[in-house]
Design a protein. Structure first.
Length: 154
C-alpha cells in the first residue's frame, strides 16, 4: 500500500533548484506548443532543445492532454530514453474563481510515476491546455533531474 505522504511536491523542488544560479534545465521549450483538436484525434506539436539538439515533434492522442504528453515524451526520448517509462497516473483540473465561468483561472495538477516514485506538479492558467502543458513539462523536467540526482548519489 502507498503512503500518500510519499508523493513528492515537484513544484517545490523545481522552484528551489531553479532559484540557483548554477541550475541548468535538462531541456528548454523553444516555441509554445500547437494543438489541433478535431474532437476525434487531437494532434500536438512542440519545439524544444535537449541534448544539444533542437527537436521539432508532433504526435496524437486520445485527448489533448494525451497528445501533449505523447509529443513531449517523443521529443525528449532521444536525449532521455527512460522518459518513456514515466506515466501520468492522475490528472485534475479545478476552477479558481467560479464567478468567471468559462473565463476562470484553472489549476491543473498532474501526478506522474516512473514506477519507483510518484510526484505531482500543479500549474495555473486561464487556458486548461496551457496549464496541462506546463504541468507536464514540469513533471518531465522533475523526472530527468531526479534521475540525474539518483545517479550522482550512487
Amino acid at each position: 500500500m502507498i503512503d500518500f505522504s510519499e508523493v513528492i511536491d515537484a513544484n517545490r523542488e523545481l522552484n528551489i533548484l531553479q532559484s540557483l544560479k548554477r541550475y541548468r534545465p535538462p531541456f528548454r521549450i523553444l516555441r509554445n506548443y500547437h494543438l489541433v483538436d478535431n474532437g476525434v484525434e487531437p494532434e500536438a506539436t512542440v519545439v524544444l532543445r535537449a541534448g544539444g539538439r533542437e527537436i521539432h515533434e508532433a504526435d496524437t492522442g486520445v485527448g489533448p492532454v494525451d497528445a501533449l504528453a505523447n509529443t513531449l515524451k517523443k521529443a525528449l526520448k532521444p536525449a532521455f530514453p527512460f522518459i518513456e517509462g514515466v506515466r501520468l497516473v492522475d490528472y485534475s483540473a479545478k476552477i479558481h474563481e467560479s464567478r468567471s465561468g468559462t473565463k476562470a483561472t484553472i489549476a491543473v495538477t498532474v501526478v506522474l510515476s516512473d514506477g519507483d516514485q510518484i510526484w505531482k506538479v500543479s500549474e495555473i492558467s486561464q487556458n486548461i491546455n496551457q496549464a496541462s502543458f506546463h504541468a507536464l513539462v514540469g513533471g518531465y523536467e522533475f523526472a530527468i533531474v531526479n534521475r540525474r540526482r539518483g545517479k550522482q548519489g550512487r
